[in-house]
Design a protein around this ligand. Sequence first.
Ligand code: 0CJ
Ligand code: F3S
Length: 315
Amino acid sequence: MLPLQEVVLAEPRGFCAGVDRAIEIVERALRKFGAPIYVRHEIVHNTYVVNDLKARGAVFIEDLAEVPPGATLVFSAHGVSRAVQQEARARGFQVFDATCPLVSKVHVEVAKLAQEGYEFLMIGHKGHPEVEGTMGQLDHGIHLIEDVDDVARVQPAQTAKLAVVTQTTLSVDDAAHILAAVRARFPQVREPKQQDICYATQNRQDAVKLLSPQVDVLIVVGSPTSSNSNRLRELAAKLGTPAYMVDSAAELQSAWFEGAARVGLTAGASAPEVLVQQVLERIKALGATAVRRMEGVQETVKFPLPKGLRLGEAA
Ligand code: 0CJ
Ligand code: F3S
């Protein structure tokens, strides 16, 4: 059996521009207005990030009924429905919207096409907050598609004006497969000019595709609730590489590395680099001697902060 030798770090991995911005919004709100800052849903799906912000005075809630009058409220990176926006406005909260601009773009597209009379198919995972937020841009006329069977089952009221949108953090390959079934059944369907799956999801999956065949086991740092992190683990497994997702270094099991010479290491878009480094140290302690960074796309995307939280702005 080969001893553990090398850890190969995926590139890119970890935080995307939308996650950076969302966390910074909560941090700046805490600094500017003081605790408590209410956050609707986990700001991003990561246990470490959420616990860290909790310790600094963020209060995570699911229902706006839990927010007291006069509070400052942040919407999570995954976005919210119109109903949630309206309720927040009606109750007079000071709101900072940390919805990723790439999710907001999908919301705007849905609202615009709905005005033109379009009905929608949304490819996504049931119960995911992004899906609830995007579907919740409309009162009706948006149908959830989770798989190819749903494509066969869906019954739009009309098909002349039908558009398809997707969650931003899907498996690129699964989404393409479902989209092919949508096109086959509804050849006239209108598709986004640029796919709704975001650059960060695409890049992290591309990196895992390159890395998986080079390693004997792949570790993904990410929380169980994180869609994009789960997709990375799943992708490696589909490519035949044993893959495990961990929320922290403490979850690593030495048995996973038995007979493995090379370990791949990546992180979902919501998983902080500090956790990657802790996982790396643990794998080194198990015997890995070399660390290599794979070549990969350099991401330069950066999103502006919302008004009221920008540097140099008057209070
Ligand atoms: O939905 C998003 C705008 C992605 C946010 C970053 O990732 P995460 O793990 O919080 O969310 P997903 O479950 O959507 O991957
Ligand atoms: Fe936005 Fe994609 Fe990150 S939608 S929050 S850039 S995973």
